[in-house]
Design a protein around this ligand. Sequence first.
Ligand SMILES: Nc1ncnc2c1ncn2[C@@H]1O[C@H](COP(=O)(O)OP(=O)(O)O)[C@@H](O)[C@H]1O
Ligand SMILES: Nc1ccn([C@@H]2O[C@H](COP(=O)(O)OP(=O)(O)O)[C@@H](O)[C@H]2O)c(=O)n1
Length: 411
Amino acid sequence: MWCSRVFSVELNGAPFYFAVKEKHLGEDVPRVFRDVQNRDKCYSVLVYCSRDRIKTAKFYGELKDKLLRDLPPECRLSPMSSFLPKVRDSLVKGYFLKGNSDTSSPIERLLSDLIQHDPVLVCSYSPAEDGQQWTQHMWSETASQVMDVAKGYYVVPSEAPEYHPSTLNIINSDVFYSFDEAYDVMKKCGDIIPEAKAVLELLPSRVEARNKPDFPVIVIEGLDATGKTTLTESLKDTLGATLLPSPPECLSPWRAHFDQEPPLIRRAFYALGNYISADQIGLKGMKTPVIVDRFWHSTAAYAIATAVSGPVCNLPGEGSEVYCWPSDLFQPSLVVLLTLDPEERKRRLRNRGQGKTDEEEELDHNQLFRLRVEEAYRRISGPACVTVDASPSADRVLQQVLLLIRGKCHL
Ligand SMILES: Nc1ncnc2c1ncn2[C@@H]1O[C@H](COP(=O)(O)OP(=O)(O)O)[C@@H](O)[C@H]1O
Ligand SMILES: Nc1ccn([C@@H]2O[C@H](COP(=O)(O)OP(=O)(O)O)[C@@H](O)[C@H]2O)c(=O)n1
């Protein structure tokens, strides 16, 4: 089964691919193994996907903490995955370990213990007998001891797949396209996370749209410090509108908790927040225009940009189903995306001087992440966002957006 799989190891944010073969036809040694010293060993630990997705997601996070805590400090740990190219939901995640001859004993003790108690697949990699090639040995667990399966497979370089491997598992793991899919995750969390029970109680009893609001609903999107708060407050005053934040205020007590959870659970939390907001929009929109500070675009764009690593070209292509609006979620009249030059955004962040979420921290020092979020924002459709340059004065930005609203929403 593992023969048709491709393996990907991420070193310094860039993926390196390899495959395993029974026979060697003179292929190169994959890049990941090239600069490893002879007699050193590498290992992979992949987490089996059990039927219980919540347990698998939790275990994957805990495994990293355990490895970082218990492995010798010289051992290098990199994210790794194994997947079947183009096969949806085929991605299995884990870690790749590089050890030297001094560290192989403690590493192997730890891995032996893991394979006996946890849902993991362990492989070790070592130079073949000819000293030129590298082989993969899958570990198997017998009643009392762990053994290297005798026969090794050769590791050979593999081309980068057409689709970045993380895109295979985005749908309903990182981005949810219906209330029911996100609800299902939160419901299953109820047994192990008390906070999930509290969230379930806040959810609307039905998602079918209330009557369409009589008044326009305008969503303002953009990275942190692009001026969303400033603009939404002014729009509220100018239009006599109701201003709703997203996630909704009722979720505030639980947000810090869910920000610590693995992506599956964290993203389900934010997805459900949009349905609560939609319910509030339906109510308020019967009486006044509604301005919403972030909505579905933020939920999907950050989730996609985090799931996929590397440059923008790794994102699912434009038009991919990944960028589709959930069919059961209220569609606003207009979505405005504020964009800002990165230096000006940093200057505004410094001036504001508030705390940031880890994701917002990441935006600061990881240019590629910022570019991926912005591009994902632009690719989401149904409704697509209208981009507005947020660098002019706050008043000029307001005037610009009012023009758009009047053109689109007949206000
Ligand atoms: N058009 C603008 N020109 C200059 N500074 C602005 C503008 N809009 C907002 N700011 C300032 O930039 C900072 C970030 O704005 P804020 O509205 O809090 O952004 P966000 O809600 O998107 O994080 C604040 O200090 C705000 O006063
Ligand atoms: N509707 C929303 C709103 C926020 N979010 C998440 O919340 C984070 C940004 O929230 P924030 O409160 O820091 O935003 P601002 O205060 O900068 O507007 C993003 O990293 C998103 O992951 C979301 O997923 N869906």
